[in-house]
Design a protein around this ligand. Structure first.
Ligand code: PLP
Length: 409
């Protein structure tokens, strides 16, 4: 008799975004002729950079011809793309990695969720709080929590590293032992970035505790300030204790095209592994569970890493960052305290009058017709904040901000 993986029952009701969608649908039912102004989900809206489009079209033409057709590629990714990634790390960040440390994937979400399968079920998980929900949920499914505790506003067994106004929305290394640490910089949802010293403190902790840092740098192309690391491997010692995940979604607009990568250095070891073993395990995992990223998407990825492609991607990032500036200025003009939006496409705003995140969400929906994301959906420390996303057409963002200004003045 088959049984289900009961860990799924432990997931708290409704993933954040379906609940937002449900409330928006109810609103739309009651406001049939009104338009919702969306500053909610982190989904890109602008057209793909033309140089990348051309590269993908060319690849499609090759596939359309029997002589140049190719089927399955390497599960780890095209050699040319892995080489382009390796070269980019050296050129842009001064980080030396081997090509075989890179694993191309269909995006950072899959990797963020799947990497936990490399580690023992009894590993203690720490997450920066608030955090991208995938880190927590995948570890619940992986059996590392006994379930959601309402009074904690979070899951049992997990160590939450509070990122509050007092900490500058940055986490500090845990004061107790943990095994897996999820960090994201630039951060979704707070927009905060960790500097070298702050990251070094985590690397030192991880080496001392033989813990592993899973570092999500999906938004690193949004860093505008000097001296902020784009990769954890810019920190000395990080190869011994870190895995990095990244994506073409946010800088190249590949949210729908789907392409990302992970770096699992051979130097990475834990208490019961040898050098190279975790890299070999991830290789095995990908070869067994994954058949490689789309070859068309990978052609686009190679183009994105070329000088022409990088230039066009920078223009795309700047477009969203102009939106971010407009949002931040607009929200501040109605008296909201705002963070982020400088090195990240997200603005993290404190709710007025101590409203809860969902109360302010409902207020903005009902009164301003604007959709944002309630901060509490990202973890207990997100309560009393909202996340405002700069992904949107400029004209729509302007309309949303104008509506907030009109109704909240
Ligand atoms: N990591 C973070 C922090 C994100 O915010 C997102 C998407 O919003 C992802 C990963 C997912 O990226 P991808 O589209 O590559 O799966």
């Amino acid at each position: 008799m088959a049984t289900i993986n009961t860990n799924y029952n432990l997931l708290s009701a409704g993933y954040l975004f379906p609940e937002i969608a449900r409330r928006c649908n109810v609103w739309q039912e009651h406001n049939k002729n009104q338009t919702l102004l969306r500053l909610g989900i982190g989904n890109t809206t602008e057209a793909l950079p033309p140089y990348l489009v051309e590269a993908m079209k060319k690849k499609l033409d090759l596939l359309a011809n029997r002589e140049t057709y190719s089927g399955y590629g390497d599960e780890q990714g095209d050699t040319a793309l892995r080489k382009a990634l390796k070269d980019m790390y050296q050129r842009e960040y001064g980080v030396s990695l081997e090509m075989t440390d890179f694993f191309v994937s269909d995006g950072a979400k899959s990797d963020a969720a799947n990497l936990q399968s490399l580690f023992g079920q009894d590993n203690i998980v720490a997450v920066a709080d608030p955090a991208y929900p995938v880190y927590v949920d995948s570890n619940v499914v992986g059996g590392r929590s006994h379930g959601f505790i309402e009074s904690k506003g979070g899951y049992s067994d997990f160590v939450y590293l509070p990122c509050t106004a007092q900490t500058g929305f940055l986490p500090s290394p845990p004061s107790t032992h943990v095994d897996l640490i999820y960090l994201c910089s630039p951060n979704n949802p707070t927009g905060a970035v960790m500097n070298k010293q702050q990251l070094k403190a985590f690397v030192d902790y991880a080496i001392k505790e033989k813990a592993v840092i899973i570092f999500d740098s999906a938004y690193c192309q949004y860093i505008s300030e000097e001296g902020i690391p784009h990769s954890i491997f810019e920190i000395e010692g990080a190869k011994k204790c870190s895995i990095e995940i990244n994506s073409f979604s946010k800088n190249a607009g590949f949210t729908g095209v789907r392409l990302g990568w992970s770096i699992v250095p051979k130097e990475l070891v834990v208490s019961n592994s040898k050098e190279g073993q975790i890299n070999a395990m991830w290789n095995r995992r990908q070869c067994t569970f994954f058949n490689g990223a789309s070859n068309i998407a990978q052609a686009g990825g190679i183009a994105a890493l070329s000088p022409e492609g990088q230039k066009e991607c920078d223009v795309l990032v700047q477009y969203y960052m102009d939106n971010a500036r407009m949002i931040r200025e607009g929200l501040e003009s109605v008296g909201l305290k705002c963070f982020g939006g400088i090195n990240s496409p997200y603005i993290w705003a404190r709710t007025p009058n101590n409203m809860t995140s969902w109360e302010f969400f409902d207020y903005l929906l009902d009164v301003c017709h604007v959709v944002v994301t309630p901060g509490s959906g990202f973890g207990p420390s997100g309560e009393h904040y909202i996340r405002v996303s700069s992904y949107g057409h400029k004209e729509n963002v302007m309309q949303a901000i104008a509506s907030i200004k009109e109704h909240m003045k």
